[in-house]
Design a protein around this ligand. Structure first.
Ligand SMILES: [Zn+2]
Length: 445
C-alpha cells in the first residue's frame, strides 16, 4: 500500500491570520500544494477549533494540522512550513498580539496522553506556553515561532479515532480578488443544501444570506460544512466567482467537544445544569438573563439577542424548569455572580405553570371573590367565607418544550453542536488521495 511509505509526520500551524488578508487555513492549502508528491496524506487536513471563549483569540481560534507520510527529513517540513509562514505574514503583519507558530511531531501523536490533555485544556480553558513546551518535549516535537506554537501544539492530538467530527470544504479566492465583493449565489447554495442530508450552518434562510461566505479581506471565498464530502462538493455550483483552490478539512466544528462540566472560571467553556430560580429578566438591547440554582450556587446565564431562537426560548423559562446550558464563563458580571454566556440550551424538564382561581360557593354555586392576597374568599350572594386553600389550582399550558435550543442556522459558533449523531473514525491513518482533499482551479500566478 503506497500510503504507508515514509515516516508519519504531523505539522501544525496557528496564528498566521492578519487583518490585511490571509488566514491559517489558506496557508495550509499553500503548504499542502508545496509538499506535493513527497508527502502522502495520512488523514484529511484538520481544521481544529479551540476554546472560543478567550477574548484575545479573535478570529475563530482555529489551528490546522496536516498528518503525512513524508519520505524526506521531517525537519524539512518544519523549515518549509516556517518559511511559508514568514513569507505569508511579512507583507501582511499578524493581528496585534499574534505571532505565527509551526510545530512538527513524528509518530501517532493523537495517541499521546500528554498531547491529548493539552488539546482538551486548549478546547475548554487557557493554555500557557510553558505547559505546551513540556508536552512537546515529551513527544520530541520541534517548533518555530511565537505565540502560535501554543495553538498549533494544542491541535496536534485533536480528532483522534473515536472523536466526533464534521467536514468543511473551503474554497479560496484568487489573490487579485482579495478584498473585493464575493460572488456566492444564494439560490444555488439553497439547492445544494436542499439536496443534502447533512449540512451544517451554511445558510441564513431568514436573511437569505450564504453564511458560509465570510465578509472582509481574507482569502476564504466560502467554507461549507457538513457530514459528507460528496454533498459538500455540490456547493461548487454555487460559486459565481472562479476559486483559486479548495481544501476539504476534517474538523471538530459543531461537535460540542469544548463544553465540559467542572469548576467555573473566567474564559472556560462549560456545561452547567440547574433549576431556574426566578423569571427571566429582559435587559436593554433584547438580551435575557436567567438565574440558575446549581450545585455550585447561583449562576447567571446571559442569552444574547443575536442568537434568535435560543434567546426567544430562554424568555419562556419559568422558575422550577430544569435546564442544561453550554457557554463561556465571563470575566466580569454586574450582579457579582458568575455569568455564563449561552451558546446552547437543553431544556430537560419544564415545571408545571399553576395559577389559582377562586372556588365556587358550596351552598349556591356562585363564583367566590378574593378578599385579597392570602385572605381567602367570600361568596357575593350568601356571604360564606372560605380560607385561601379553598382556591382551585389550574395548570396553564407551557409554550416551552423539553429539547435542544440553538441559535439560528448561520449564526452558530464554530464548535456549537447541532444535536444529531456525528461520525467517528475507527482508526488512523486514513487512506486518501491528494485529489480527495485538494482541488486547484487555477495555478498560482
Ligand atoms: Zn354562596
Amino acid at each position: 500500500m503506497a500510503a504507508l511509505t515514509g515516516r508519519l509526520v504531523s505539522v501544525a500551524l496557528d496564528d498566521t491570520d492578519s487583518q490585511y488578508g490571509g488566514c491559517t487555513t489558506h496557508l495550509t492549502g499553500v503548504l499542502l500544494n508545496e509538499l506535493g508528491s513527497k508527502a502522502l496524506l495520512a488523514d484529511y487536513p484538520l481544521l481544529v477549533r479551540l476554546n472560543p471563549n478567550i477574548p484575545w483569540k479573535t478570529r475563530g481560534n482555529g489551528a490546522t494540522v496536516l498528518r503525512l507520510f513524508y519520505s524526506g527529513d521531517p525537519m524539512d517540513v518544519l523549515e518549509l512550513a516556517w518559511q511559508l509562514a514568514q513569507e505569508y505574514t511579512t507583507p501582511r503583519p499578524p493581528l496585534p498580539g499574534k505571532s505565527p507558530g509551526v510545530v512538527v511531531v513524528e509518530g501517532p501523536v493523537w495517541d499521546d496522553p500528554a498531547m491529548r490533555a493539552l488539546y482538551r485544556q486548549a478546547l475548554t480553558d487557557v493554555v500557557t506556553r510553558d505547559l505546551t513546551e513540556r508536552a512537546l518535549v515529551k513527544v520530541g516535537g520541534s517548533f518555530r515561532g511565537g505565540r502560535g506554537v501554543i495553538g498549533a501544539s494544542s491541535a496536534l492530538a485533536a480528532l483522534a479515532p473515536g472523536d466526533p467530527y464534521t467536514f468543511e470544504l473551503t474554497f479560496y479566492r484568487l489573490p487579485e480578488l482579495w478584498g473585493s465583493r464575493r460572488c456566492v449565489d444564494f439560490g444555488e447554495a439553497f439547492l445544494a443544501e436542499a439536496e443534502s442530508s447533512a449540512t451544517v450552518n451554511n445558510l441564513d434562510l431568514e436573511e437569505r444570506v450564504v453564511a458560509a461566505a465570510p465578509g472582509g479581506p481574507d482569502p476564504v471565498l466560502a467554507g461549507f460544512r457538513g457530514l459528507r464530502p460528496d454533498e459538500l462538493w455540490q456547493f461548487e455550483g454555487a460559486l459565481c466567482e472562479r476559486p483559486h483552490f479548495a481544501v476539504l478539512y476534517r474538523s471538530n466544528q459543531h461537535t460540542g467537544v469544548h463544553l465540559v462540566e467542572g469548576e467555573l472560571r473566567p474564559y472556560r467553556s462549560m456545561l452547567i445544569r440547574g433549576t431556574v430560580a426566578s423569571r427571566p429578566i429582559k435587559v436593554p438591547r433584547g438580551h435575557v438573563v436567567v438565574t440558575l440554582k446549581t450545585e455550585r450556587g447561583l449562576i447567571d446565564v446571559a442569552f444574547f439577542r443575536e442568537t434568535g431562537p435560543l434567546t426567544e426560548a430562554a424568555e419562556e423559562l419559568m422558575p422550577g424548569d430544569y435546564i442544561e446550558v453550554g457557554g463561556g464563563v465571563r470575566p466580569y458580571s454586574p450582579s457579582g455572580r458568575l455569568t455564563v454566556a449561552a451558546e446552547l440550551m437543553r431544556v430537560l424538564r419544564v415545571s408545571k405553570a399553576l395559577t389559582k382561581l377562586p372556588p365556587r360557593c358550596p351552598r349556591d354555586g356562585s363564583t367566590m371573590e378574593s378578599l385579597g392576597r392570602g385572605k381567602g374568599y367570600r361568596c357575593p350572594r350568601c356571604g360564606l367565607r372560605l380560607p385561601e386553600d379553598a382556591a382551585i389550582e389550574v395548570e396553564l399550558p407551557r409554550a416551552l418544550r423539553p429539547g435542544l435550543y440553538l441559535p439560528k442556522a448561520g449564526r452558530l459558533r464554530h464548535l456549537t453542536p447541532v444535536g444529531g449523531p456525528l461520525p467517528t473514525l475507527a482508526s488512523l491513518p486514513v487512506e486518501l488521495k491528494a485529489s480527495d482533499v485538494l482541488r486547484v482551479y487555477e495555478n498560482p500566478s
